[in-house]
Write a protein that binds this ligand. Sequence first.
Ligand SMILES: [Zn+2]
Length: 111
Amino acid sequence: MTSPTAAAAEPYLSGGERAAAHGAHYIEETVRVYLMRDLAGTDTWVIDPTCFGDALASEYDEPQNSECRCETPDECADIVDRMDKVGLPDGEELMFMLAAALGYTLTKTDS
Ligand SMILES: [Zn+2]
């Protein structure tokens, strides 16, 4: 008789470790999302409308690969250069990225 095996909890993996497990390079970026106090004065945060229409600002000067675990630094640097040419999302594009990562389906209303 075999006993059921409880699903092992996934160990925490850093981005670099996750990429290495996939045989990929770990290239990271950031975007800054501005919030503002709501204009109705209810002391809540809302998205600053300037987040829509143009690419969000990065915290970095260029994509970073300092946490990549690869052993091919030239190839890694080439990918950083390529990713530096890939535009960052605006707020709406970021919303779709977040929804996809979290498994949400988005529906736009006419309101
Ligand atoms: Zn790399």
